[in-house]
Write a protein that binds this ligand. Structure first.
Ligand code: CP
Length: 306
């Protein structure tokens, strides 16, 4: 990989993306056998610093680091000196002064990892910054699509729901378009960013129309915590008009993959019949998240080594 840090897929080359996906495949036996003798990251300290809640990203980074032999520490901001007013930069520098090698961070502010980049020697991995990017989520999504479909080029991938507030959507759009997928977004006009067509995506306000011939339909979580009121009438109406259900998928390909980054609001973005149905790969996405994060930790710490 050419970069020291992983802050987003906007700046990542398609070659680097493919190298990560290929390396993630090689991580599967290590994860499955829980091989305790792996020492790739022995002597390295991986710290997670999350200013927002997380289950999947935080735990999978921790497990990925442990599978590769690293030492891990986790900072929960609610029980750290952040609550006493310590700044993000001072918090990160304090951790670095204790010898951390890799910082995985999530922050509500767009650009927070970029801000830290100037102050830290440690490798930084973005676990989600505001509404900007969630690069490792998109990498695991793309990995999952490629595993099932054998390619990314020319796949029709439909991303539905709250595109405006979704860092997952942004990172997927950057990554998928670089690899040649046809990306469509669908949602109410209030939840689609203006000028998103400039990123090379098709825009629909009807999920059923968007899903015609789709290879993948990815429903996004309604981000109630980021929304101003008035973007849609109610959750029930949102679900009726923009949720994905069996009717939405009538014209999609027979083997369409149903994806969701999680956590899912069951019955809002997707019904349980689809979440737990035969076309769903939602749980597999979580497993693949560990593989992709193992690949990233491995590649970022291998630089200059033969
Ligand atoms: N998809 C995702 O980022 O989930 P978490 O918030 O649980 O990490």
């Amino acid at each position: 990989m050419r970069t020291k840090n992983v802050l987003g897929l906007r700046e990542m080359s398609s070659e680097d993306i493919l190298q990560i996906l290929d390396t993630a495949v090689l991580m599967k036996p290590i994860m499955e056998t829980k091989n305790k003798k792996i020492t790739y990251l022995q002597g390295r300290i991986v710290t997670t610093l999350f200013y927002e809640p997380s289950t999947r990203t935080r735990v999978s980074f921790e497990l990925a680091a442990k599978y590769l032999g690293a030492t891990t520490t986790n900072i929960s901001t609610s029980s750290s000196s952040v609550v006493k007013g310590e700044t993000l930069i001072d918090t990160a520098r304090t951790l670095q002064a204790m010898g951390i090698d890799i910082l995985v961070m999530r922050h509500p502010m767009t650009g927070a990892p970029r801000l830290l980049e100037k102050h830290l020697d440690a490798i930084i991995l973005n676990g989600g910054d505001g509404i900007n990017e969630h690069p490792t989520q998109a990498l695991l999504d793309i990995f999952t699509m490629r595993r099932h479909k054998g390619r990314i080029k020319d796949l029709k991938v439909v991303i539905t729901g709250d595109i405006l507030h979704s860092r997952v959507a942004r990172s997927n759009i950057w990554g998928l378009t670089k690899l040649g997928a046809r990306v469509a977004v669908a949602g109410p006009a209030t939840l689609i960013p203006r000028d998103i067509e400039k990123l090379g995506v098709e825009v629909y306000h009807d999920a059923r129309e968007a899903a015609e011939d789709a290879d993948v339909v990815m429903a996004l979580r309604i981000q109630l915590e980021r929304q101003k009121s008035g973007l849609f009438p109610s959750l029930r109406e949102y679900s009726m008009l923009f949720g994905v259900n069996e009717r939405t998928l009538e014209k999609a390909k027979e083997d369409v993959l149903i994806m969701h980054p999680g956590p899912v609001n069951r019955g809002v973005e997707l019904p349980s019949s689809l979440i737990d149905g035969v076309n769903s790969v939602i749980e597999e996405q979580v497993t693949n998240g560990v593989l992709v994060r193992m690949a990233l930790l491995y590649l970022l710490t291998r630089k200059g080594e033969v």
